[in-house]
Design a protein. Structure first.
Length: 378
């Protein structure tokens, strides 16, 4: 049997981390799949570092990154540069992950060529098209044209079913980020860790809807927390986007017990998460990962498309108001009971075998439709 040609497209660091386990899994079965990788590369340096960690070599690099590029710029360049690749390769399916603009544009390009689309991490919703922006809309756009919907949780599956997606095309797989996390923990060498008398708070803020007043409000909350709690230190890997860099360095730069560092390689980030007392973030991926390491998460957003963590009691949605951010953080710093209630329950997002499930489901789907164009019934 001729191997099924699977073309995976991604361009940001989070996409790469979550797509890597699937690519690795497909490559293990070379007699069944011919695996091609296309990177759009709107996050050039951060993307390349993830590719190196997971040993992935792209077959095509669209190189869409430009300084101060807009969402329109990214969308148009991906559409234009991906089209000739799709025409040349004629894959049996195009895989996209999550909600980045690269995922939306790649799915749209595949749709224009009438190539089936598999959406990894499908079904997440806030039901507010501007929160997160543009991710919520991107996910919904992809859902309307995708053929195979790989939902990370039952909650995500139910969202898709409520929107009228064919239940035979929706599969609960777990989230591939847990696969990536476990792989990194297994591969990375254990280093002697410098013990500190202070508790480490890992902080990450980078989302577009956090730009401006929300980000500055959280920075003010961090200042107050450090002033009021001399036994803590904050580690903040600062995203290179100028909308993040300028206000963060202005408010938090050169402050005692606040370490502003460059974006970390994924293994280093995992190591810091393991060392941290708790995690404060607007990142979806870290909201999924930190509970798997037994770390409570404070979500610095007003809405989340990952309510499973909140319902499981391993995360709290605290918003961006400085008073609440301080209050919720100090509750965990000062109450061992409150801390233990959020600690050690595990992540509701998977068991580290999501990529295996996706591989099996994808093969079944491609065989079922005969790998001949429009998908057939499952």
């Amino acid at each position: 049997m001729k191997p099924h040609k699977v073309l995976s497209v991604f361009g940001t660091r989070p996409e790469a981390i979550k797509m890597a386990p699937v690519i690795q899994e497909l490559k293990r079965f070379k007699s069944l799949f011919k695996t091609l990788v296309v990177v759009t590369a709107q996050h050039r340096e951060m993307l390349d570092r993830v590719l190196k960690v997971f040993g992935i070599k792209p077959d095509y690099d669209l190189g869409v990154m430009r300084e101060n590029q807009s969402l329109t710029d990214v969308t148009v360049r991906v559409l234009r540069r991906l089209e000739p690749v799709l025409k040349k390769e004629k894959p049996a399916v195009v895989l996209v992950q999550g909600d980045a603009t690269s995922a939306f544009a790649a799915a749209l390009a595949a749709y224009y060529q009438k190539i089936p689309i598999g959406h990894i991490e499908a079904g997440l919703r806030t039901n507010d098209k501007y929160a997160p922006f543009p991710e919520e809309a991107n996910r919904r756009f992809i859902t309307t044209i995708a053929d195979y919907h790989f939902a990370p949780t039952e909650w995500a599956r139910q969202n898709l079913l409520q929107e009228g997606v064919d239940p035979h095309r929706v599969y609960v797989t777990g989230n591939t980020v847990i696969d990536a996390l476990y792989w990194i923990r297994k591969k990375q060498k254990r280093r002697s860790q410098q013990q500190s008398s202070r508790r480490v708070l890992l902080l990450t803020l980078h989302r577009r809807e956090s730009f401006g007043k929300p980000l500055m409000a959280i920075c003010r909350a961090i200042l107050l927390l450090v002033e009021r709690n001399p036994d803590i230190e904050v580690v903040y890997p600062v995203h290179p986007n100028p909308n993040v860099q300028l206000p963060v360095k202005t408010i938090l730069g050169k402050r005692e017990r606040i370490r502003l560092v460059a974006p970390m390689d994924y293994p280093d980030l995992v190591r810091v998460m393991e060392q941290a007392y708790l995690v404060m973030t607007d990142s979806g991926g870290i909201t999924e990962e930190a509970p798997a390491l037994g770390k409570p998460v404070l979500i610095l957003r007003d809405k989340t498309e990952r309510p499973e963590a909140v319902r499981a009691g391993v995360a709290r949605l605290v918003g961006t108001d400085p008073k609440r951010v301080v209050a919720e953080t100090e509750r965990l710093l000062r109450s061992r009971v409150a801390y233990r209630r959020m600690q050690g329950k595990g992540s509701p997002y998977g068991d580290g075998r999501a990529a295996q499930r996706i591989r099996k489901l994808l093969l079944k789907a491609l065989v079922s439709r005969g790998d001949c164009g429009a998908p057939g019934s499952q």
